[in-house]
Design a protein around this ligand. Structure first.
Ligand code: GDP
Ligand code: IMO
Ligand code: MG
Length: 424
């Protein structure tokens, strides 16, 4: 069974924990979109590992971990991550990078930082890792790909087209320093060395030979951050949805059997943008504190709120989810009451939305319609069997399944690999 792991909310749902778990049975793990904006945490063997670009399956040592064509790679971040893993004694011989992945150049990071720091209106709250500008150049046919690093001819021709225009924009629009061709060529030489041991020029053979093996597709970010379906423009610049696994990996849709959407028992979001169930009171603070809700990549406190079945149902649809992995239910162990948003109410007209309204500019007029569930008041983090969960917890899970109309197949009760319940 080939599976895709997709973030079903606004990222940080615990995807890496679930990917790491499922990677146990996989031969090939493919990261299909995003870049080092991702911050993925795996807790295994009493150690915490943080990944940004490298698929978390790398920890097993005997899996092929492929960073696909749909990703954007900041070479310095890749280099740092590789070195840290080697220092920790992890066998990374299975690591491969697609020659078609896009390169984040220093000017992409500079433009991202400049746009964020100088935005008077419409700030996105990006990770400042150059993600948006790299994807912008890719789609504008203005980008560099890993394979260009090994082709002086391609680099020469491309830079002659890219640099005059790029420099004009850097100087005139952003007031940033231009880049000489010599400087970019020197950077590319350095990057070529960084990627050399990992570039998979025979990726077509690799994918063909893996067709009968177990493949796990690893998503970054989440459906609500998807550039086409998320809370646009407060999104990332790639397609985290299940469909993104095809464009970003090189495999077609028939290669996918299951799409597992990872969702927290509540919702978090980092950066700007609408968030109807956001709690700016002490309940939000309590969730943040117990759930340790601070960004892996930027350290920013995550905004917290109640579980939102309206966006989640939308996620099931556009994300193509076939089941859900619900994480962090242990965070509610001490809560007397747990709320679930089942609809939005328009405070101007009284209109009730049970389907997700995609025009995010009206979200400020929406308030959540909640149903309240009784808490379970006990520690669930040591439970490994579904039947052992407290009754109120099972009722809560059953209600979510009813609302989402897909099964909750995995329940996570703590950060460790072991702290997982597989529901049969
Ligand atoms: P990702 O980006 O989706 O991989 O998630 P992050 O790594 O950014 O954030 C998830 C955080 O929650 C990490 O610190 C995980 O170790 C932690 N985590 C994952 N599952 C659980 C869980 O079930 N309970 C608790 N308490 N923490 C969890
Ligand atoms: P993982 O994979 C949570 C958010 C940023 C910002 C928006 C655009 O760990 O779930 P970008 O730098 O991508 O241009 O920022 O997307 N964002 C994430 N939020 N988890 C992530 O990754 C994120 N990657 C980007 O905070 O709101
Ligand atoms: Mg994260």
């Amino acid at each position: 069974m080939n599976k895709v792991v997709v973030g079903a909310q606004w990222g940080d749902e615990g995807k890496a924990k679930i990917t790491d778990l499922l990677a146990q049975d996989a031969d090939l793990i493919i990261r299909y979109q995003g870049g080092c904006n991702a911050g993925h945490t795996v807790v295994a063997h009493n150690k915490t590992f943080k990944f940004h670009l490298i698929p978390s399956g790398i920890l097993y040592g005997n899996k092929t971990c492929f960073i696909g064509a749909g990703t954007v790679i900041l070479p310095e971040a890749f280099d740092k991550e590789v070195k840290e893993l080697i220092e920790q004694g992890i066998d990374i011989s299975g690591l491969k990078v697609s020659p078609l992945a896009s390169i984040t150049m220093p000017y992409h990071t500079e433009v991202d930082g400049y746009s964020e720091d100088n935005a008077k209106k419409g700030k996105i709250g990006t990770t400042k890792k150059g993600i948006g500008p790299t994807y912008t150049d890719k789609v504008a046919r203005f980008g560099l790909k890993i394979e260009d690093l090994y082709s002086p001819e391609a680099l020469n021709e491309k830079l002659d087209v890219i640099l005059p225009l790029k420099n004009k924009t850097l100087e005139k629009v952003y007031g940033l320093q231009p880049y000489s061709k010599e400087c970019v060529l020197a950077l590319c030489e350095k990057y070529a060395e960084i990627f050399k041991p990992y570039v998979c020029f025979d990726w077509q053979e690799m994918l063909n030979n893996s067709k009968k093996k177990q493949i796990l597709f690893e998503g970054a970010q989440g459906v609500m951050l998807d550039v086409d379906y998320g809370t646009y423009p407060f999104v990332t610049s790639s397609n985290p949805i299940g469909g993104g696994a095809c464009t970003g990996s090189g495999y077609g849709p028939k290669m996918i059997d299951e799409v597992i959407g990872v969702a927290k028992a509540y919702v978090t979001r980092v950066g700007e943008g609408p968030f109807v169930t956001e709690l700016t009171d002490e309940t939000g603070d309590k969730i943040r504190e117990i759930g340790h809700e601070f960004g892996v990549t930027t350290g920013r406190p995550r905004r917290c709120g109640w579980f939102d079945a309206v966006t989640m149902k939308y996620s099931v649809l556009v994300g193509g989810l076939t089941s859900v992995a619900l994480t962090k239910i242990d965070v509610f162990d001490t809560f007397d009451e747990i709320k679930v948003c089942t609809a939005y109410k328009d405070t101007r007209t009284g209109e009730i939305y049970t389907s997700y309204p995609t025009n995010v500019y009206i979200h400020k007029y929406l308030e959540p319609v909640y149903e309240t569930h009784k808490g379970w008041g006990e520690n669930v983090s040591n439970i490994r069997e579904y039947s052992q969960l407290p009754d109120n917890c099972k009722k809560y899970l059953a209600r979510l399944e009813e609302l989402l109309e897909v099964p909750i197949s995995i329940i996570s009760v703590g950060p460790d690999r072991e702290q997982t319940i597989f529901k049969k």
